[in-house]
Ligand binder design. Structure first.
Ligand SMILES: C[C@@]1(CC(=O)O)c2cc3[nH]c(cc4nc(cc5[nH]c(cc(n2)[C@H]1CCC(=O)O)[C@@](C)(CC(=O)O)[C@@H]5CCC(=O)O)C(CC(=O)O)=C4CCC(=O)O)c(CCC(=O)O)c3CC(=O)O
Ligand SMILES: NC(=O)C1=CN([C@@H]2O[C@H](COP(=O)(O)OP(=O)(O)OC[C@H]3O[C@@H](n4cnc5c(N)ncnc54)[C@H](O)[C@@H]3O)[C@@H](O)[C@H]2O)C=CC1
Length: 195
């Protein structure tokens, strides 16, 4: 049977959730960078005995909470999402187990079997956001697809979204009629004349 990605994408309001990153090195910097690029108001705290200077810079700029200590289970308190990035495999696995016990969603960076979710490639154009996953099979492909969609999705896509949002408010009739009108109005977006 052909393989198929069965992950379910959700768009988390990370500005309302608490994210904890364990570790403060290169991988922490990368994950923190992608998170804040997509979600500049994400609430993030970090725990590590030492932090990369660029992590410190971002943390200061964004007023993130930094805990200068080695990982301890007590630091999971209040976290909804945890990203483990230490260079100690045993510690990362312990974090995974502790999170499982507490029903906290956990991602051990770059270690697919120890991830409840993957970080994906992300394209943002105004209100439009596209998440990309290769099912953990090829992060490089996710990155290239991200670059591809950044090129091909027009920058003014947000105008369409805003216009349709306004138009949507002016349409009269029941739900079915609204859906029909919105579909009629947007059908030229898809080249083949389906629906
Ligand atoms: C499973 C996953 C788990 C997770 O971390 O969430 C994971 C796993 C691994 N990454 C590895 C390496 C690299 N990761 C990247 C880049 C990205 N990786 C991301 C996500 C994910 N990476 C999740 C799957 C996403 C999916 O489903 O497709 C992106 C999309 C988002 C993000 O990081 O937030 C971000 C691009 C963002 C962008 O640019 O848009 C590059 C490319 C580069 O840097 O140029 C390399 C080096 C090249 C290479 O190795 O491919 C390795 C090997 C480590 C080793 O060698 O030991 C593993 C482990 C393994 O595959 O087993
Ligand atoms: N750097 C890379 O591009 C890649 C790294 N990896 C792997 O990812 C892991 C992390 O890599 P890097 O971020 O580059 O390492 P790093 O050495 O830059 O950072 C490790 C961080 O973990 C912290 N740390 C260590 N023990 C800890 C503990 N008990 N509690 C809390 N924090 C602790 C350190 O203080 C440091 O901030 C390594 O296992 C590495 O092999 C995998 C793929 C690529």
């Amino acid at each position: 049977m052909e393989e198929r990605n069965e992950l379910y994408p959700v768009f988390l309001k990370v500005h309302n959730l608490q994210t904890l990153i364990v570790g403060g090195g290169t991988v922490a910097l990368e994950k923190l960078g992608f998170l804040l690029k997509s979600s500049p108001n994400a609430k993030v705290s970090l725990v590590a005995p030492s932090f990369d200077s660029q992590v410190l810079e971002i943390a200061t700029q964004k007023n993130l909470k930094l805990i200068h200590d080695t990982y301890d289970q007590k630091y999971l308190s209040g976290a909804h999402i945890v990203i483990a990035t230490t260079d100690d495999t045993e510690v990362n696995i312990q974090i995974y187990k502790d999170c499982k016990e507490k029903n906290i969603l956990v991602n051990v960076a770059d270690n697919p079997p120890y991830c409840d979710f993957y970080m994906g490639g992300i394209v943002t154009k105004g209100n439009v956001k596209i998440g990309i996953s290769t099912n953990g099979k090829s992060p490089t492909t996710a990155k290239r697809l991200r670059q591809f969609f950044e090129e091909v999705i027009p920058d003014d896509i947000d105008e369409l979204v805003k216009n349709l949002n306004s138009y949507r408010k002016t349409i009269k009739g029941d739900f079915g009629e609204k859906v029909e009108k919105l579909n009629e109005f947007t059908k030229s977006l898809v080249s083949k004349s389906e629906k």
